[in-house]
Write a protein that binds this ligand. Structure first.
Ligand code: UDP
Length: 259
């Protein structure tokens, strides 16, 4: 566990990406104000402006959208016995499509070229997810917004993000959250909780740290895809993460590899 170094990149600095191809996981909470649900276009626009600067640096960017700001299948079926659990998960996947369309609109408003690809076919609003076509869009400088998770119920968009990272051969999976990284304890309950700079996949699993769901961690571990967990609400953090600077927490195979 190394100590955090100071961030040096300021918003607006010329960004030199450390990666060629990046998968950004945006949870549903990125789409709404803290403590609220639904969609705040003001929040989505703020993120879109950061994304625009990142894309202008030449990095290829795919984004997996969560849907928890609208509906999470497990929570919904647990409180509503009248809904079939699988059906509730499909509703959750559709929630991610709503977010994807909001993000597409916000990105195009700031001049970023995009495509939405959905794991559930819905030709009227999105292309189907086709791996080779997705990669082609990325090579052309388009941001590809990946909606509807994996298309299968009972998993989360974290798992979808891990799987898609592998499929499109992303160099890193960036997990945008509202906390500054991975902590040894819940930082809300213990304000003195230690934040890790680097941690291994194995330690995340052994300590049951709430980074991403275990399936997603296992997948990244198996394929050596590093994860960076960081607070996207701090201006410039997406750029810092893409520049490979010390931001948030890096989850890696071994700590030596991270330093
Ligand atoms: N979901 C699913 N299959 C997938 C991805 C997502 O069934 O491959 C459903 C699941 O019910 C999940 C919901 O979609 O709760 C919204 O995604 P998630 O909870 O991962 O959103 P986030 O926590 O990132 O906001």
């Amino acid at each position: 566990m190394a100590k955090m170094t100071e961030n040096s990149t300021q918003p607006g600095d010329n960004l030199v990406p450390a990666y060629e191809r990046v998968l950004l996981k945006m949870s549903g909470e990125s789409f709404c104000r803290s403590g609220e649900s639904g969609i705040s276009m003001a929040e989505v626009t703020t993120i879109s402006e950061q994304i625009k600067r990142v894309v202008e640096s030449g990095v290829q960017l795919a984004i997996v959208c969560g849907g928890g700001n609208i509906l999470r299948g497990k929570q919904f079926s647990e409180v509503s016995a009248a809904i079939n659990p699988a059906q509730a998960h499909y509703m959750g996947m559709l929630a991610t499509v709503i977010n994807a369309l909001a993000l597409q609109n916000a990105l195009e408003n700031v001049g970023v070229s995009t495509r939405v690809q959905s794991a559930i076919r819905m030709e009227g609003v999105a292309e189907p997810f086709i791996r080779r076509r997705c990669v082609r869009h990325l090579e052309k400088g388009r941001v590809v917004i990946l909606a509807a998770g994996t298309g299968s119920p009972f998993v989360t968009t974290d798992t979808a993000a891990a799987l898609r990272s592998r499929e499109i051969e992303a160099n890193v999976l960036l997990k945008a959250t509202k906390v500054d990284g991975v902590y040894a304890e819940d930082p809300v309950k213990n304000p003195h909780a230690v934040r890790y700079t680097d941690i291994t996949f194995q330690d995340v699993l052994t300590q049951n740290l709430q980074v991403m769901d275990a399936q997603a961690i296992h997948h990244c571990k198996e394929h050596g895809i590093p994860i960076v967990v960081f607070n996207f609400q701090k201006e410039g953090n997406i750029e810092r993460a893409i520049a490979g600077e010390r931001v948030g927490t890096r989850v890696v195979t071994s700590i030596d590899e991270a330093s």
